[in-house]
Ligand binder design. Structure first.
Ligand SMILES: [Zn+2]
Length: 152
């Protein structure tokens, strides 16, 4: 199956942690559009064309009007820190060089929330601080959206 955005997910994307192979990541048909956009360094959300409501994570039906023709659209990439937690103990050896790092939830302008990695550029990371999307290859070898905090 092709993801439709040029990335062939049919073989899965290998995830590694240092020298360890964790497994293959293979998006579902409902989430492939999100991951295709990440490969293009874009943040995509599902939108209802009838009430202009954005959704994340995956939805196949609009929770407001019941429409089933939701479509992917690139998000602004701007939001605010909704919650965060600083990780000091690496969950595995692959993360050892990264600690401390910050994870949390960003509230996007579009009204949806996304779990993410926060990067203090320029910082500081604080509740309600402005954040802007960026894309980084993180510890497991996967390109992921992160949010730079302190950038409007
Ligand atoms: Zn709707």
């Amino acid at each position: 199956m092709s993801g439709g955005g040029g990335t062939d997910w049919s073989q899965g994307v290998p995830l590694t942690a240092g020298e360890w192979f964790i497994g293959l990541y293979q998006p579902s048909p409902e989430t492939a559009g999100f991951w295709d956009a990440v490969q293009r360094r874009e943040l995509a959300l599902k939108w209802c064309p009838h009430c202009a409501k954005a959704f994340h994570p995956k939805r196949i039906v609009c929770t407001d009007c019941g429409a089933e023709d939701l479509a992917w659209r690139t998000a602004s990439g701007r939001g605010r820190v909704y919650s965060f937690s600083e990780v000091h103990r690496a969950p595995s050896a692959a993360f050892a060089a990264s600690v401390p790092y910050t994870v949390g939830v960003v509230a996007l302008e579009e009204g949806v929330h996304l779990f993410t990695r926060f990067v203090a550029e320029p910082g500081p990371i604080a509740i309600d601080a402005p954040a802007r999307v960026d894309f980084r290859v993180l510890e497991m070898g996967q390109l992921l959206p992160v949010f730079l905090v302190g950038r409007a």
